[in-house]
Design a protein around this ligand. Structure first.
Ligand SMILES: Nc1ncnc2c1ncn2[C@@H]1O[C@H](COP(=O)(O)OP(=O)(O)O)[C@@H](O)[C@H]1O
Ligand SMILES: O=C(O)[C@@H](O)C(=O)COP(=O)(O)O
Length: 421
């Protein structure tokens, strides 16, 4: 039997977010880090998620990597393919949501897909094509201050049209609430003149209706919420046996660390909260760039303090400070400095016997996990919606929690560490 859902995620937290929802929906899910060199046995899998770090790459490179992932997935003749991006539609001015969607459509010989970032359980909803984060429009939610992908427009038709090749329409809430048949009709009508349909979504019931209406679409695009609707559609068609598939993860001994490179509103609260009861060390891109501090200083500090409990390293800063740092170093350079430093730090900590990693931030997780070089992640129980406990498979099992910028509540770091015991 072929794989039902072949997924390409544009960052690492997004990939575990999606895998976590698929597993919770009862699908046996394999999560891969990058595109494997050869085929693997997926006969026991209902879904496969390939994690890329393509969200902020130049568009041409993001296209190349995403199409390579699709080509690899196509050997399993998946029922549907799924391009997973952020529930806050994080993208640079040039993309990559638009250009990658276009390239995937072309590759599959398709001419129409949906745009569905909604994740109601985490407060992301779409109404009249406008994206809300809890009570706020996207551009007033804090996402306007993202270091790499500031989102300054909540109108998804406009954002998508500015990046993509074709016309963008909307299937409004009134139609969505009338059920799958009416939504399907709306898709058929829109597809005559448009290439993408933003779908209004306020609840999981809407996602179920949308999932059913998408049954004939080969490519879907969205946040992790859409997976709930797609899984329900497969389940209703009797295509898989539903059961809780979250894996039993290994019991792992060894020290844990928290590492935060996210500067989101929620991560700032989580970092502040964790600092109240744990030792921490700040990572300053300006000091790294000037040579005022070096990796060795951090490792010495870690060696001196690892017995006090779990320590945290963080680059997390306020929007004002980030702007100042970027003004000196440049936007991309500042991120690159932080990400490279964190990747080196984690590699060194891994060599010092750290086996549990709680990481905040999508780009940050990508840099760090790439440095640790697992090929696969086993998805365990959910710590918070969209953030599972995961195990890096390999000679020595290690546990990770990859937290998307705004996910989890203020006590997330403590909760994740508790679940790693
Ligand atoms: N103090 C800082 N100055 C400049 N850039 C920073 C700083 N701290 C973090 N960054 C960068 O900001 C980006 C945050 O993105 P990411 O890790 O994806 O977080 P989120 O999940 O909140 O989107 C990363 O590239 C990170 O390296
Ligand atoms: O869809 C989401 O919100 C997440 O899965 C995600 O992609 C978040 O990205 P980061 O905030 O960059 O971690």
């Amino acid at each position: 039997m072929s794989v039902l859902l072949g997924c390409i995620a544009d960052d690492f937290t997004g990939a575990t977010d999606l895998a976590s929802f698929l597993v919770k929906s009862g699908m046996r899910t394999v999560q891969l880090i990058g595109v494997p060199d050869s085929s693997i046995d997926l006969s026991e899998a209902d879904a496969v998620v390939i994690a890329l770090k393509s969200r902020t790459l130049p568009a041409s490179q993001a296209i190349e990597e995403s199409v390579a992932a699709l080509e690899w997935l196509k050997q399993y003749q998946c029922e549907q393919y799924y391009f997973k991006y952020c529930s806050t539609f994080d993208s640079t001015k040039e993309g990559n949501i638009g250009p990658v969607t276009d390239a995937l459509l072309d590759n599959l010989g398709e001419e129409f897909t949906i745009i569905c970032p909604s994740l109601p359980v985490n407060g992301r909803t779409v109404y009249k094509g406008h994206l809300f984060v809890n009570d706020d429009l996207l551009h007033e939610s804090g996402m306007q201050n993202h270091p790499l992908t500031p989102m300054t427009d909540a109108n998804l038709m406009r954002v998508m049209a500015s990046q993509a090749r074709g016309k963008v329409g909307v299937v409004p809430f009134e139609t969505i609430s009338e059920g799958a048949d009416r939504i399907k009709e709306a898709f058929t009508k829109l597809a005559q003149t448009h290439r993408y349909a933003v779908v209004d979504t306020l609840s999981n019931d809407d996602l179920y209706r949308i999932g059913k209406a998408c049954t004939n679409l080969k490519l879907l695009t969205g946040g992790s919420g859409l997976s709930v609707g797609l899984a329900k559609n497969f389940e209703d068609k009797g295509l898989f046996n539903i059961k809780d598939n979250s894996a039993e993860l290994s019991k792992v001994q060894g020290d844990a660390i928290v590492l935060s490179g996210s500067c989101s509103v929620m991560t700032q609260k989580q970092v502040a909260r964790f600092k109240e009861n744990n030792l921490s060390k700040k990572i300053s891109p300006l000091d790294i760039a000037s040579g005022a501090i070096a990796l060795e200083d951090y490792l010495t500090w870690f060696d001196e303090h690892r017995d006090t409990g779990t320590v945290m390293f963080y680059a997390t800063d306020t929007p004002e400070n980030i702007k100042n740092i970027q003004a000196v170093l440049g936007v991309e350079k500042a991120s690159e400095i932080v990400e490279t430093f964190m990747a080196d730090l984690v590699t060194a900590l891994d060599n010092r016997g750290v086996t549990k990693f709680v990481i905040a931030g999508g780009e940050t997780s990508g840099a760090v996990i790439k440095a640790l070089k697992p090929t696969m992640l086993k998805i365990g129980a959910s710590i918070a919606p969209g953030v599972p406990l995961a195990e890096m498979t390999g000679d020595t099992p290690k546990l990770v929690a990859l937290k998307s910028g705004n996910f989890g509540d203020e006590t997330f770091f403590e909760k994740a560490l508790e679940m790693m015991l």
